[in-house]
Design a protein around this ligand. Structure first.
Ligand code: C2E
Ligand code: CA
Ligand code: CA
Ligand code: CA
Length: 277
């Protein structure tokens, strides 16, 4: 490789080179993996403070034939960079909607709300809403059962476009959630400006509730949200004391290892009938 200027890629950095090789490999494999059916869905329960099932978040996994299970944090970014996220995103909605169909056909009661993560690039796609509407009609999905989870990143780059899409999604009947709330920079303006239904309080806040200032901040966020008519979901809840504190602030929806890890579809159905722990 040619020597580049400062800030460029240095010549003999084996660690970096292997990282780049890995990424290129991943990129190539990712393109085939959808066709090969190597992706699958997990569902993490969202519950009341007592552990009663209210809904679930869909979390994608890649069963790589050699590397084993690859977590989304690694491959979603690659899929975004290569543009493959569009295909993957469509596969995801297909897969979730097919799962709902299966549950319906088998007369199995499934969670009332399924939350689906939509990456910023996927959301920016001009055809996003239209494609989703087609899929919804094709699978005869009731959109009020579907929550679309968005992160702050990129949402306000093109505010007019974003607002238009969010309003159309809501008119169709979908619910909208702002994910990882509090990790970005301009969080409060999002609450004011965007038509949202749900706010997901990030795990970093839940972890830090013992700090007085964090406790006050979360409590204020909960109050503001409720004033604005938003529902709160607390993420990454691992301890009973966290549940109690958040419940005392007025939170009614919880998600985290304390209640359940992400589960395969059949395990999710079993879980809702097992004793809540
Ligand atoms: P996220 O949307 O914030 O999802 C929550 C993550 O926290 C999940 O990691 C979940 O397994 C993990 N988690 C839940 N409860 C706990 C807990 O009590 N403790 C700890 N330590 N972790 C907990 P996961 O499944 O590895 O997903 C990571 C991220 O990848 C997600 O963060 C989301 O941004 C992205 N992602 C996952 N599935 C999809 C997908 O289908 N599409 C897109 N675009 N992104 C996805
Ligand atoms: Ca999420
Ligand atoms: Ca989150
Ligand atoms: Ca996250």
């Amino acid at each position: 490789a040619k020597e580049e200027g400062s800030g460029g890629i240095r010549r003999f950095d084996p660690a970096l080179q292997s990282l780049l090789d890995d990424r290129l490999l991943l990129e190539k494999e990712l393109a085939d993996s959808i066709k090969k059916g190597e992706f699958f869905l997990l569902f993490q329960p969202q519950t009341t403070s007592k552990g009663e099932l209210l809904g679930a978040e869909v979390l994608i996994r890649w069963a790589h034939p050699v590397k084993g299970m690859i977590r989304p944090d690694l491959f979603i970014s690659v899929a975004e960079e290569t543009g493959l996220i569009r295909l993957l995103g469509q596969w995801l909605f297909d897969a979730v909607f097919r799962q709902i169909q299966t549950w319906r056909r088998q007369n199995i009661s499934y969670p009332k709300h399924l939350a689906i993560n939509v990456s910023p690039l996927q959301f920016l796609d001009a055809d996003f809403v239209e494609n989703l509407q087609k899929q919804m009609l094709y699978y005869d999905i009731n959109p009020t059962e579907i929550v679309i989870e968005l992160v702050e990143t990129g949402l306000l780059n093109d505010k007019t476009d974003t607002l238009q899409k969010l309003h159309r999604l809501r008119e169709l009947g979908f619910k909208l959630a702002l994910d990882d709330f509090g990790t970005g920079y301009s969080s409060l303006s999002y609450l004011k400006d965007l038509p949202l239904d749900i706010l997901k309080i990030d795990k970093s806040f839940v972890d830090d509730l013992q700090t007085a200032s964090t406790h006050k901040l979360v409590s204020a966020i909960v109050d503001i949200s409720h004033h604005l008519g938003l529902e709160i979901v607390c993420e990454g809840v691992e301890q009973q004391w966290q549940v109690e504190r958040l419940r005392d602030m007025g939170c009614r929806r919880f998600q985290g290892y304390h209640f359940a890890r992400p589960l395969a579809a059949d395990k999710l159905i079993q879980w809702q009938f097992a004793d809540a722990s």
